[in-house]
Design a binder for this molecule. Structure first.
Ligand SMILES: NC(=O)c1ccc[n+]([C@@H]2O[C@H](COP(=O)([O-])OP(=O)(O)OC[C@H]3O[C@@H](n4cnc5c(N)ncnc54)[C@H](OP(=O)(O)O)[C@@H]3O)[C@@H](O)[C@H]2O)c1
Length: 271
């Protein structure tokens, strides 16, 4: 759905590029509604040419001329950027941050005004419009601002909203890092196929499409994954032997532990 607000994207790197590309492709905004900034001027000019948007290195101007300020710089740069845009921040501006491990409270505290701040955790699959974003509103956000943010992130995939911000560490560990876990699974399945004689190219395609298909079945049917697994497991068939090896290798426990450890790491970085 189209929005009428102007958006400043502070830090047009990997995620910033993805956001702009999706927002324009899905006609959520027109190019004259986006103002992008980067650290280096030559990069800003490349962005300007690529998307036909206004782009430079002036964070203050970008924030001044926009209704929404989307912070897409690395987490350690956030305090510096907030200091730069502070003079133009007021209740009429919405700040959205996609920086990992930076809380809404941290941003609110640094701004020290009653400004709406929404924290968003998207993932890299946003690049192919299959992203998973979780939003968490700060204390001064109203329903309309949350709705606008939902619209923005719907253009790059699925969106959920949570209100308990401490859970954003789990979100980071699960869906933020999730694509990396699936890459590893696809890589390993491919090696298995190659080991048994398939060409690498064919094995990778079979592995990736199977992971994609399984994921779509879970999302589209809404059925419990265990039920879907049972449906494709013929008595004394092939799949049960594969499943037994996965159990023997501690597959489930390894994934559960991965989320546990990655969550702890996210908590540690947040501090
Ligand atoms: N990548 C992911 O999968 C992912 C997922 C979820 C959340 N995030 C979050 O998204 C944020 C961006 O990550 P990324 O992977 O897109 O990083 P990135 O590719 O390194 O992009 C960072 C961008 O910030 C710009 N920048 C640096 N200092 C700046 C300043 N003072 N003012 C304006 N722009 C400045 C850089 O400009 P130059 O190009 O000129 O150096 C660069 O374009 C991070 O906070 C990360 O935690 C990333």
């Amino acid at each position: 759905m189209k929005i009428k607000q102007k958006i400043a994207i502070i830090g047009v790197g990997k995620m910033g590029n993805t956001m702009i590309d999706s927002l324009l492709r899905n006609q959520v905004v027109n190019s004259n509604q986006i103002y992008g900034t980067t650290f280096r001027m030559d990069n800003a000019k490349k962005i300007e040419e690529k998307f036909q948007i206004k782009s430079d290195t002036d964070n203050l101007q970008a924030a001044a001329q926009s209704d929404i300020i989307l912070l897409a710089v690395k987490p350690q740069i956030i305090p510096q950027v907030l200091r730069q845009v502070d003079p133009v921040l007021n209740k009429g501006k919405l700040v959205i941050s996609i920086a990992a491990a930076i809380s809404t409270r941290f941003i609110e505290k640094q701004i020290n005004k009653e400004i709406p701040v929404i924290r968003a955790m998207p993932n890299i699959a946003s690049l192919v419009n299959e992203g998973m974003t979780v939003l968490c509103p700060g204390q001064f956000v109203d329903d309309e601002q949350l709705e606008i943010t939902l619209n923005i992130f719907s253009s790059i995939g699925k969106v959920e909203i949570i209100h308990r911000e401490e859970l954003m560490d789990v979100v980071t560990a699960l869906s933020g890092s999730g694509p990396a876990y699936s890459y590893m699974m696809i890589e390993s399945l491919t090696d298995g196929g190659v080991r048994m004689g398939l060409s690498r190219e064919l094995a990778r395609k079979l592995a990736a499409q199977s992971v994609l298909g399984g994921a779509k079945m879970v999302l589209k049917t809404g059925l419990h994954p265990a039920l879907l697994k049972d449906e494709v497991t013929t008595p004394a068939g092939v799949t049960i032997d594969g499943l037994m090896e996965l159990e023997d290798g501690g597959f489930r426990v390894a994934l559960i532990k991965a989320i546990d450890h990655a969550t702890q790491k996210s908590k540690q970085i947040s501090k």
